[in-house]
Design a protein around this ligand. Structure first.
Ligand code: DCP
Ligand code: MG
Length: 644
């Protein structure tokens, strides 16, 4: 990243998360954007972290190259045989009988804001704040402004940029309108975020005797009539391809890939791997720099080496991408294991307030259970104390219950056992459900609202690819038969992957462990308090209706927890923005951004500790070193953080 062969243009190699292209950014002067971002970031902790990550990836690439170079002809031919057989098996699974449509609203949050305030029309607009923007309209994208970019960088790129704060109630309202339309084309549609869904339109086409192109046009028109918003659509024989296709003619366009083998193979032959869901910046870099793979077709040529270097699960995924394969069946809704509700509030030891909170939570939980016809027998109370200690206490009930009164009787017993306590969070979770599949209490029974969260449909499947992402963890953890040193190192490096990051070769560990390392004085406990457990508790919960979603967002945004995680596998705990699981790159960027934010704040604190007077600290920072050349990213946070 530092000046090397680039001489006095070091920004040329500074490919941060903010410079990746998105729809509407094709004509952007990338070098200009890179330069601005480089100069705003240089010297900051964010910059250092980017450098550190790049160094780790470079090391991985070097290890893989070394291992690649050591492969013998015998090994290559062995792996070639495995790859050839696997390609035949995968090919045999090809299903061209289904027609999948992927729909993605255009600049969704920004479009909703413009619809409600037409004076914004035609002006560059960002939804979010100075520290983070959620999306930008197409006018702003021309300047290089994009989602998951700090607002102050966006403002530098586009000085006339208008900022509008997020309003999730509005977005959910419009999302519901779109879903009413989707359900007419496919009652089992799969919503992967507020603005995105997959529809199996096979039956719709055949029953109405019309082609998929006509359905796509009609659907887009209906969405526009019902909402006043535009969307883009992709149609293809599977979900992986449909998602790629919906991005091709964005905004307000569509692209149809016929259900024809040759059409699919031609399409895939020149498709850059990065366009495929699950292949992010790091995977792209590794496949390109180690194996010279740029397009999906290149993958098929390198099957043997891929099997030699990566685990079978990864290679299977890569080969299926190379063959243009993806999910074609509607995933079965997985049976719910638990349902829960929790609230964060200012720490209190007032027992009447605590019991009132408990009653509110019991009521919400009971309503949610009744909506889904669930009866449960194990009740767990979760409490977070004023000092951030998390306590859970569970009880088995004598009967299956779902009424507020029953839940509250048992919950009160659990709470009484913990008194006295000063708590800042309280939650109730019900599990061990009544399991009579033929009764009206069938937990498999689908409701439209159950599609509101990704996890409820098929928690372990990546909707964009149809690939079971839980295997990603497995593939590294179970690899025990590797003898080559470099390879072992590489695999152990990535064994801590979480399937949250679907970029196959990218590792959360590049950034996430740093959160734990950051110390915030009094708040340190919250960082150290077993984030994994917290995460598990959260991800096991599934929200079941829109109002609950809002509650959760409020909880997320008001949360004192400083280590960000994905609430309900969907909402950022630190700022409340939604980033669906399929937005692998954005998710990584988003967490990276919070990391940078945290590191910068920490840096500012230590800086201000050494300079007791705020003003003089700022002046000194301005005057010191080479800072005259650029505005360091950190100084932005000094100005922003009024509490300092
Ligand atoms: N979103 C977010 N943070 C991100 C990415 C997206 O909060 N990192 C939110 C804002 C978006 C919405 O999700 O409006 C949908 O995301 P898209 O990627 O579909 O982006 P847009 O709909 O805004 O633009 P387009 O689909 O036209 O590229
Ligand atoms: Mg969109």
């Amino acid at each position: 990243m530092e000046a090397t062969s680039d001489g006095d243009r070091p920004w040329q190699s500074y490919h941060t998360v903010y410079t990746n292209a998105k729809a509407g950014m094709e004509g952007v002067d990338k070098e200009k954007v890179q330069k601005i971002i480089y100069e705003l970031s240089k010297g900051s902790k964010y910059f250092e972290n980017e450098k550190r990550k790049e160094a780790i990836i470079k090391q991985k690439i070097d290890n893989l190259r070394t291992h690649h170079a050591k492969l013998t002809e015998k090994e290559i031919s062995h792996f070639q045989m495995i790859a050839d057989n696997r390609i035949l098996e995968l090919e045999a699974s090809r299903d061209l009988s289904k027609i999948w449509l992927h729909i993605d609203m255009d600049a969704f949050y920004a479009a909703v804001e413009t619809l409600e305030n037409p004076s914004l029309k035609g002006k560059p607009l960002a939804v979010g704040s100075m520290s983070m923007i959620c999306t930008a309209n197409y006018e702003a994208r021309k300047y290089g402004v994009r989602a998951a970019m700090p607002g102050f960088i966006a403002q530098k790129l586009c000085p006339d940029l208008i900022f509008v704060p997020t309003n999730f109630e509005k977005y959910t309202y419009y999302s519901e309108l779109t879903r009413n339309v989707f359900s007419k084309y496919d009652p089992d549609f799969i919503a992967t975020s507020l603005d995105e869904a997959y529809l199996n339109i096979t039956d719709s086409c055949s029953q109405r005797g019309i082609g998929c192109e006509e359905v796509a046009v009609e659907l887009r028109n209906t969405i526009f009539q019902e909402t006043g918003l535009t969307c883009s659509v992709g149609v293809a024989p599977n979900r992986m391809l449909a998602k790629v296709c919906s991005d091709i003619n964005k905004p307000n366009g569509q692209f149809i890939l016929p259900n024809d083998y040759n059409a699919v193979m031609t399409f895939i032959s020149s498709l850059p791997i990065r366009k495929v869901g699950g292949i992010g910046k790091v995977t792209e870099q590794i496949l390109r720099d180690v194996l010279g793979i740029n397009t999906c077709a290149d993958i098929l040529q390198k099957g043997a080496v891929l099997y030699a270097l990566f685990h079978q699960c990864s290679t299977d995924f890569f080969l299926s991408v190379g063959l243009g394969l993806g999910g074609t069946d509607t995933p079965q809704q997985k049976m719910r294991k638990s349902i829960s509700n929790e609230r964060t509030f200012s720490a209190t030891n007032d027992e009447s307030i605590l019991f009132q909170k408990l009653a509110d939570i019991a009521e919400t939980l009971s309503k949610d259970m009744q909506k889904e016809c669930l009866l449960g027998r194990t009740l767990t109370l979760k409490l977070k104390t004023a000092s951030f200690e998390v306590r859970t206490r569970a009880t088995s009930l004598q009967k299956f219950v779902n009424s507020k009164e029953d839940v509250l009787i048992y919950a009160s017993k659990l709470l009484r056992a913990e008194l006295p306590i000063s708590a800042r969070l309280m939650g109730l979770r019900m599990s061990h459900f009544h399991d009579d599949k033929h009764s009206p209490l069938d937990p498999m029974q689908k409701t439209l609202t159950s599609f509101l969260t990704i996890g409820d449909v098929a928690p372990i499947a990546d909707k964009s690819t149809g690939f079971d992402t839980s295997d990603i963890q497995l593939m590294y953890n179970t690899k025990s038969d590797i003898s080559v040193d470099d390879k072992s190192t590489f695999l152990s490096d990535v064994s801590s992957f979480s399937y949250e990051s679907c970029d196959f070769l990218e590792t959360n560990q590049l950034s996430v462990p740093d959160y734990v390392a950051v110390s915030y004085g009094n708040e340190a406990e919250s960082l150290n308090e077993c984030p994994k457990t917290q995460n598990k508790f959260e991800s096991a919960e599934k929200i079941s209706d829109v109002s609950n979603l809002f509650d959760r967002k409020r909880v997320a945004s008001s949360s004192q927890i400083l280590e960000p995680y994905w609430v309900d596998d969907y909402i950022c705990s630190a700022c409340g923005i939604e980033v669906p699981a399929s937005f692998t790159e954005e998710r990584r960027e988003h967490l990276d951004y919070h990391l940078a934010d945290m590191l910068q704040k920490e840096e500012c604190r230590s800086l201000l500790q050494s300079f007791p007077h705020k003003e003089s600290a700022r002046k000194k920072r301005k005057l010191s070193g080479n800072q005259g050349k650029y505005i360091p990213i950190d100084s932005f946070f000094v100005k922003e953080d009024k509490s300092l």
